[in-house]
Design a protein around this ligand. Structure first.
Ligand code: GLY
Ligand code: MN
Ligand code: MN
Length: 440
């Protein structure tokens, strides 16, 4: 992996420097100062929440475990890493920096967080400090200037070849673990044991994953963010929905698959229809495609899936207008992904900020931009049998065009979501998830 990253890193860094030069000029600053951040302390406790380095810090360096460290970039100068390596025999201290990136940085090693601040451009200089609140560092509060952040966030949407290589790796780790999870499902394991099989195959612990895994057997698939993990297996495992990703040097994958247990042919047929629909949407991740238009298109296609499987009888148009598809598919088609599973700038209008609103009636869509080469988005249509939303449909005139017995038949299966991470290119899309499944 490092052999592939080493030749790509210099260009990645050059791109970040160029963007930083422009962002600083725009905001009227002379220095960009990026905090990795500090672990958050639990209330009235001596324990911390798991540490996650700030995405801006991880953008520059493949360092995920560097609490209290800083990057300083001054246009025209080699970037500097102020690396905190405390003298500490209680905890594992971060390793001294090594690898393909060290030659591109001036590295200063400090032993405590206060010394680190001494190596930053002085208070009073025109420094843009990007990072979370920093209670240990009086006088160095992050100012996060909006003009600088807007510019940097806008360009974070366009992944460099180095970033795409890391996202391919995050996808490979995730699909390898998905395979292990499917096997555990087929063996009749509990949600908890499926989760353990996933972590084991990924070789990542829960805190290292980009988000909390969603591991659902049977009707739990109808809970969009089900993160409960039943310890005991159900009497019968009919269906399995798993939404689980992996990390590679701070980059995320976000992958969902839904499986029918063998012999459950009607649910399998519904999964197959959703899989075909999903691949159709993924194929439309092309430069110039409006993402909200694709989301609305997905509602039409899902209406037809519902019709083909005898769940509704009305036209796709009527199903959309009456909110019927929204009851079965009540979330957005997807979102930008990268350093964060829900990456920044999904609604941003331009490098100067601004917001592109969601289309009316689609309150959960997380991406309203037009796709351009270098963007990576998820494509994750769903079809669920959610009691709360179906109950709201029951009282409406449209209810007579809904086949309620079919819904009762599918309810014990929970729902379906299929999610890939897809790169928009100059030509055909690159499907990171399908490519990774093909080799795992
Ligand atoms: N796993 C969260 C999502 O799919 O957006
Ligand atoms: Mn997602
Ligand atoms: Mn997901």
């Amino acid at each position: 992996m490092h052999d592939r990253l080493a030749p790509l890193y210099p260009q990645h860094l050059a791109t970040l420097r160029e963007r930083a030069d422009k962002a600083l000029a725009l905001g009227g600053f002379d220095h960009l100062v990026i905090a990795a951040g500090m672990p958050l302390r639990k209330f009235l406790d001596d324990q911390d929440y798991p540490f996650v380095a700030s995405p801006h810090f991880r953008h520059w360096l493949p360092l995920t475990d560097a609490p209290g460290s800083w990057i300083v970039y001054t246009p025209g100068h080699k970037p500097k890493l102020v690396f905190l390596q405390p003298k500490d025999y209680w905890h594992v201290v971060p390793d001294a920096p090594s690898g393909y990136w060290v030659e591109h940085f001036d590295i200063v090693i400090v032993r405590n967080a206060t010394d680190a601040v001494a190596h930053l451009p002085a208070a009073g200089s025109r420094r843009a400090i990007i990072g979370p609140e920093h209670p240990l560092l009086p006088g160095a509060e992050a100012n996060n200037p909006p003009a600088v952040l807007d510019f940097l966030h806008w360009y974070r949407s366009y992944k460099t070849p180095y970033e795409l290589e890391l996202m391919r790796e995050a996808s490979r780790i995730g699909t390898r673990a998905h395979r292990a999870a499917e096997q555990a499902f087929r063996e009749g394991k509990s949600e908890f044991d499926i989760q353990l099989a996933y972590l084991d195959a990924a070789r990542q612990n829960d805190a290292e994953l980009p988000y909390s895994n969603i591991v659902c057997l049977n009707e739990h698939g109808a809970v969009l963010h089900y993160t409960h993990f039943d310890r005991r297996p159900p009497g019968q495992s009919r269906s399995f929905l798993i939404d689980a990703g992996a990390s590679a040097a701070g980059y995320a994958s976000d992958i969902t698959r839904t499986y029918a247990a063998y012999g459950h042919t009607e649910f399998q047929a519904l999964v197959d229809s959703m899989d075909a629909a999903q691949q159709g949407f993924a194929a439309k991740v092309r430069a110039g495609q409006s993402y909200p238009d694709l989301h609305v298109h997905a509602h039409h296609v899902i209406a037809n899936v519902l019709r083909e499987h005898g769940i509704i009888r009305m036209s796709a148009e009527a199903a959309l207008a009456g909110g019927v598809t929204a009851a079965f598919f009540p979330h957005g088609l997807g979102h930008p992904i990268g350093l964060q599973v829900h990456d920044v700038a999904g609604f941003q209008q331009s490098e100067r900020g601004g917001t592109i609103p969601r289309p009316e009636g689609h309150p959960y869509l997380r991406m309203t931009r037009v796709l351009e080469p270098g963007m990576v988005v998820t494509i994750e249509p769903g079809l669920y049998f959610i009691d709360m939303l179906l109950d709201e449909l029951r009282d409406q005139p449209l209810a007579s065009d809904i086949h309620w017995a079919k819904i009762d038949f599918f309810r014990p299966y929970g729902g379906i979501r299929i999610e890939d991470d897809v790169v928009c290119t100059d030509g055909a899309p690159e499907n990171l998830t399908r490519d990774a499944f093909a080799v795992s």
